[in-house]
Ligand binder design. Sequence first.
Ligand code: GDP
Length: 379
Amino acid sequence: PKKNLLTTPDLMLEEAKALIDSLPNWKCVDSIKIPVESLEKKNVFGSGQFEDLQKKIVRNPNISAVFISTNILRGIQRKELMMAFGVPIFDRYSVVLQIFKDRARTREAKLQVAFAEIPYLRSCLVGLQKGTKSNLPVDNTNRGSRGGGGESVYDSQIHLLDRREIKIKKELEKLSKKRTLLKCERKKREFPVVAIVGYTNCGKTTLIKSLTGDSKITPRDALFATLDVTVHGFKLPCNLTVLLVDTVGFISNIPVNLIAAFNSTLRDAIDADVLIHLQDVSHPDLKNQVATVKDTLLQLNIDSTKPMIQVANKIDKMTLEQLEDFSDLQISAKEGDGLEELVESIQIKLLEVTNRRYLRLMVLSGGTEYSWLHKEATI
Ligand code: GDP
């Protein structure tokens, strides 16, 4: 996971601020850089740095929380820092989780976020367990049914979380079965699925809006604006309707279980006939973003055999010389440059992928390259 860290402290800081900006009611009032080497250490801060920060926070009443943006804290670390600074401590996982909570719209996405929160809540309990057992809030209604006596508050809280986890999992399984049914429907209709994946904010929503001309779609300059997977019908020039799937954006250094929580919605991407990997080539941390997306796809069991089109987006922000480095398909989702070429690539890729399914039809129809697609689409 270390290789997924943003490459320079400046970029880390920039992403951290963007994460905070994505949370309603929070803003970043001050920041410091922590050397990357210290992230893996037991103590996040060097001693001088720690005392400076402590003074800064105590003297500034406008600081109501501290966000350690670079890593995931252990429960005990979080507790120690909270005691030292006197304010709540957020880490990368909790902030991303909070954004996800805020953005989840469908019942499935909400349940998935709740499911992803459980390991985090468990780690908070472990942190609190040491020294403050008796101060934990207790849900008395459930304690009675546990037979009372002998059991520590910590144990009963853990037990509650376990039960909650099982319940959410069951609900998710039910919903997932429903999705499978929907997928069968989709298969019957024979619409090929094209999924767009990429680092958060790379322009996925903008691209779908430009391709479909759907004015209801509003791209936002915010991280994780697209949390629920959304599907849009789109007609290729050859008249074949494909389903375009917009997916949750990926982000570096986020633990596998949070990605796994979105696994069932990301199945649409996994099951897609073609993936478009959209890249914001104007971003200074492009290399790391691309690596993160590839890594996340691997974690979702999508390997190099999956038909994929690499697309360089936001070329309107670049000079021609800068663009020489990119051999990929180049587009500006916002300005509309390169979209025809992209659509052409999607058609060709679909032809490659589905040729076994459709080739016979093509030969039978004997027409132009795409006439079979037209036939297939109108069957
Ligand atoms: P998503 O998170 O991947 O869905 O990204 P969005 O489509 O919401 O876009 C994120 C931000 O990038 C928005 O402010 C868009 O206006 C901007 N954006 C997207 N595509 C382009 C592009 O081709 N050129 C420029 N200049 N900005 C773009």
